[in-house]
Design a protein. Sequence first.
Length: 130
Amino acid sequence: MTQGVLSREELGCWRRKIDFEDVIAEPEGTHSFDGIWKASFTTFTVTKYWFYRLLSALFGIPMALIWGIYFAILSFLHIWAVVPCIKSFLIEIQCISRVYSIYVHTFCDPLFEAIGKIFSNIRINMQKEI
């Protein structure tokens, strides 16, 4: 095994299996003839096996190239554009947050404290008459 390349089992990406029973599931009480079931199973399994190999042989390397380019661009943009923009925004928003905090403490806190004191002495007594 080459350095830096994990085996398929170590990655754990292949836990989802697409087996015949997962795709063609006959409910309890509804079963086809055993010969039909076995032939369907064999047809499905062999077709899936060879068609996957054919598609992998034809498109595996081109798709790996496309996905490699895509994730390289994605990483580049994340490192050189997204994170710096977010950091810049957070630095600039600190000034606004300080002004907002002063506004809330100066105007809103006294207002809501006064409203709270007005309504704090209201008592409700409920009785159910029978």
